[in-house]
Design a protein around this ligand. Structure first.
Ligand SMILES: [Zn+2]
Ligand SMILES: [Zn+2]
Length: 226
């Protein structure tokens, strides 16, 4: 896979061609629909994005009757209809795909054979501090490779462009390490992938018996750990 130069343009073109196919279906019923995708852009909710479109429709036999409208819709990335793949690890890491996850090859033994998700799934534990309440909650989040809202994480547009930073509301998921030590790189994807001096930092071991990760104090607090 290759990074996309301009994710807005690519998504716009992909949606436009999908919509053109849909509009063609109405032609046989005597309806002409022209739908122009005006713009797409990241939403405040990083689990969706916004689409601006303009519709012109008329009847083939009666062009005096026509409807024009301009609208904006929010399109969910996680409604389960179409899986949205997170391509970012394939740009940033040395990974291969095993079933529904990425498997990492890392010179650091702690992260060699680490895993993270392939498909963006929204964590159902929306009160993030509750992650720390039970090992079952945390293990469920890790086993399913759920994604969380994050100011520092990357949005899907920036993930597609293989950016190192993102000005939008973004996402974060855990990269689950394979070896237990007291302290290692924090297991949050945007920390693990960050190569800048201030962006790559360690966390302490958080052990849930069946699984474990490393979390720095800030992310530890976010998920309810002291
Ligand atoms: Zn979670
Ligand atoms: Zn972004």
């Amino acid at each position: 896979r290759q990074a996309v130069g301009n994710s807005t343009k690519t998504l716009k073109e992909m949606i436009q061609s999908g919509v053109d196919n849909l509009c063609d279906d109405y032609y046989d019923r005597g309806i002409l629909i022209n739908c122009t995708i005006v713009n797409v852009y990241p939403s405040d909710d990083p689990f969706s994005f916004e689409v601006y479109y303009r519709i012109n429709s008329t009847f083939i036999n009666d062009s005096t009757r026509n409807i024009q409208s301009e609208n904006k819709i929010s399109v969910s990335l996680v409604d389960g209809k179409y899986p949205v793949y997170d391509v970012y690890p394939s740009f940033m890491g040395n990974v291969n795909v095993v079933n529904d996850s990425y498997r990492y090859h890392d010179a650091d033994a702690v992260y060699d054979n680490a895993t993270s998700g392939l498909i963006i799934k929204k964590c159902p534990y929306e009160q993030y501090t509750k992650h720390a309440h039970s090992n079952i909650t945390m293990t469920d989040c890790l086993n399913n490779h759920y994604y969380h809202f994050s100011h520092d994480g990357l949005c899907v547009f920036c993930r597609l462009e293989n950016r190192s930073t993102c000005a939008h509301n973004g996402l974060e998921t855990f990269i689950i390490p394979s070896v237990r030590v007291n302290e290692s790189t924090s297991s949050v994807d945007h920390v693990y992938f960050n190569t800048s001096l201030g962006g790559h930092y360690n966390g302490s071991l958080r052990d849930f018996n069946d699984s474990f990760i490393y979390l720095d104090d800030a992310h530890g607090g976010k998920y309810g750990f002291n």
